[in-house]
Design a protein around this ligand. Structure first.
Ligand code: ZN
Length: 363
């Protein structure tokens, strides 16, 4: 392989990089989960850094309200109604032709994530829901691939690099003594739907997205170049509005816990135990979605209704909540039941229904 490395000169000057490090990056394959606010910054930086192969997976199309923070897209992409993953592929082709991009326009779920991660050296999180994060965590632990978690909403973002424990204990990061607890060591379960704000309901400040996703990429570059000692061992939380930075020591979560995933090696999310199921309702232009509500039981309608009011008419009773939502120029009617079941009217596509649910209710 004799690729021209001159464009990476400023990066190769850095300690821990050099020509060797650069060649490692060019030979690397990374799965970017989601290509929205975090994902576009991640894909942009990885491509410019010369990570050889990016698999970018996203189920959504670009909307005008995305342009405030999703750096790879422009107004023409909105007019042309291009899926995010494909628009990112086209843009990156212009940015760095040495990088191969595989655009996957699909919902990320338990049936396809292992295949998406096949042969990848790292998985990077740019998704908007915990269902997919726990799935990514299972996949990373099972396949022994580093997974960098990241999320941002409002003015707060969090990130954390998972260097998973493996059954043999002989991964490069374990040999370097820097393996970290997995997501399930720290949070046993995903929060039930409607518990956490989403970007659609609470808003999001673009700089916090940039900071968190840039941090994720920084960790990824350490991982891909084998600079294990430099990987941050703590979970980082940043609020750019209140100017607070917190670091949570999480190492003990593995030592003292009985994690079903990385200690028990049971991959419940990959088995589909907690995944949402979708059914297209014949002749109704609607999709039914069942989203497990977890151990905490029922959805908090008051809380969800309050957030959805900014988007249209909301009616709630003890048994159900109905909201009219306009998203990307399309009108949807979202009906929620207390057990987590939902009907999204206005589409026959399962992935569109899941996207609406994740954006406005949160999973
Ligand atoms: Zn674990």
């Amino acid at each position: 392989m004799s690729q021209d490395l001159s464009r990476y000169h400023r990066q190769m000057l850095l300690p821990g990089f050099g020509e060797d490090g650069q060649r490692k990056l060019l030979a690397s394959k990374v799965l970017v989960l989601g290509c929205g606010a975090l994902g576009t910054v991640i894909a942009n930086l990885l491509a410019r850094a010369g990570v050889g192969h990016l698999v970018i997976a996203d189920r959504d199309f670009i909307e005008m309200t995305n342009l405030q923070r999703q750096v790879l897209f422009d107004e023409q992409d909105v007019k042309d109604a291009i899926p995010k993953a494909e628009a990112a592929r086209r843009r990156i082709e212009q940015i760095n032709s040495q990088v191969k991009v595989t655009a996957v326009i699909d919902d990320i779920n338990h049936a396809n994530i292992e295949k998406l991660a096949e042969g990848c050296d790292a998985i990077i999180d740019g998704v908007d829901n915990f269902e997919t994060r726990f799935l990514a965590n299972d996949c990373a632990v099972k396949l022994g691939i580093p997974y960098i978690y990241g999320g941002a909403v409002g003015t707060v973002g969090m990130t954390y690099a998972i260097l998973p424990h493996t059954p043999t204990g002989d991964s490069p990061w374990e040999r370097a003594g820097v393996a970290t607890p997995c997501l399930r060591c720290i949070f046993e379960q995903a929060p039930p739907p409607g518990m956490n704000p989403t970007c659609e309901t609470a808003g999001v400040l673009a700089p916090v997205v940039s900071i968190i996703s840039s941090y994720e990429v920084s960790e990824a570059l350490k991982v891909l170049t084998g600079n294990w000692d430099a990987v941050c061992p703590t979970m980082l939380s940043i609020d750019t509005w209140s100017n607070t930075v917190k670091q949570f020591k999480v190492r003990r979560a593995y030592d003292v816990g009985e994690c079903v995933c990385c200690k028990g090696r049971r991959f419940e999310h990959l088995e589909g135990k907690y995944s949402s199921a979708t059914t297209t309702l014949c002749g109704r232009n609607a999709v039914q979605l069942s989203q497990p509500t977890g151990a905490n039981g029922k959805l908090d309608f008051d809380r969800i209704a309050e957030r959805l009011r900014a988007h249209g008419t909301v009616t709630a009773s003890k048994f159900m909540l109905r909201a009219d939502i306009k998203d990307n120029g399309q009108q949807y009617e979202l009906t929620l039941f207390t057990d987590g079941r939902a009907i999204v009217k206005g589409t026959k596509e399962a992935k569109t229904a899941k996207s609406i649910y994740a954006k406005y209710v949160g999973a």
